[in-house]
Ligand binder design. Sequence first.
Ligand code: URA
Length: 459
Amino acid sequence: MHHITLDSETDFDGWRKAARALALGDVKPSDVSWRVTGDAPELFEPAAAPLEPPHGTFNVPAKFVELAEVAILHRNPERFALLYRLLYRLRIHHDVLELATDPDVAEVAAMAKAVRRDEHKMHAFVRFREIGREHKSHFVAWFEPEHHIVELAAPFFARRFADMPWSILTPDVCAHWDGHAVSITPGVAKSEAPTADRLEETWRSYYASIFNPARLKVQATSKEMPRKYWRNLPEASLINPLKPPKANDTASEMARKQADDIEMLREEAADCRACHLYKDATQTVFGEGRQTARIMLVGEQPGDKEDIAGKPFVGPAGQMLDRALEEAGIDRRTVYVTNAVKHFKFVPRGKIRLHQKPNTPEIKACRQWYERELAAIKPELVVAMGATAAQSVFGKITPINKNRGRPIDLDDGTRALVTVHPSYLLRLPDAEAKAREYRRFVQDLKIAADVLRKSAHAA
Ligand code: URA
């Protein structure tokens, strides 16, 4: 029996080194036991058999390494053994990872997915409190992750709060940022985390100014934000309107950055694996535009050019849209432009990537981003361009012609306008039909401009 002791719960390098030596020595997975330093060793555990230095070499797919690096952060105590079993099998069956129904592959994939989900939750739900403000501000947050994700998630906070020293305390480990580097120290008890302070007040004030209780649907909120995180969120107790935050206040700034703002969503969406489309696409193409935009334009999905540029509507459909917006008297720089689906779906045809229409499961998987963009931007009007956009905006299949060209009230108080997609105009073969349909499209956009004009007058 070989007893392997890893330096920590997240010691991927230690696991990799040991697993490689074991696999090269043809040690069967059932002959290996794994533990982490500090775990209680089993009673009367026999002395560890030293690992032979490895001879020879073997290759595993890069995909396995990527998967294992994430899956190893799962809290499942069997993960080291499971990953070794998969590695052992991969030496002979190089394609085993392609078998999604293989129990080992399915379990490792599910573990990696759970870890990614937990990482996203941490990005979204960590709330900092300010301490020691009179001398030197330091921001501290308490979080209880489901898996061993603190080191994985910390770089996000270092980028986002680069100029503010912070600590994230958890029962497993703590991460600290001093403006230069992230350091990791042992975990602490919740009693060591700060409780009430001024930041909480400021954060609540800030949230009150962006939070529309009419929009809060408890079911949707708890789906996205499990209730166990609520108790750590100051805004959870928000019931009455509060004052807006003071300008130039460090704590307000911190609170502002912590809101579900567009930049934060963009970073989160960059790792989206909610459907399979991320696999072939170059990147997530998130929405773009002012956070204060009054109009949100929604298209179908990025095209070939958008997939490469990482920006929505920059290809031929985007040029058509720009022209129509200008004719309708709408400055593109003042609107927020996004897509119902954030990854490019295509089939390769030689050197060309042929656009494929997203299906309902793909639209549904991506809808969380549209909903969160909508909540962050809070536009007065959403313009759904084409059937896919309409399906996402209305949450159900919505025929274009029947609904086109008139403002429709949505459940959350936003208004929506349905029109065609600019690509539809590009595809029309007949020049006359093209010109006619283009005029109708511009006409629809003029209705959008009109809706805003009227609401500005009414205000
Ligand atoms: N078509 C879309 O729906 N969106 C884009 O971003 C580009 C083309």
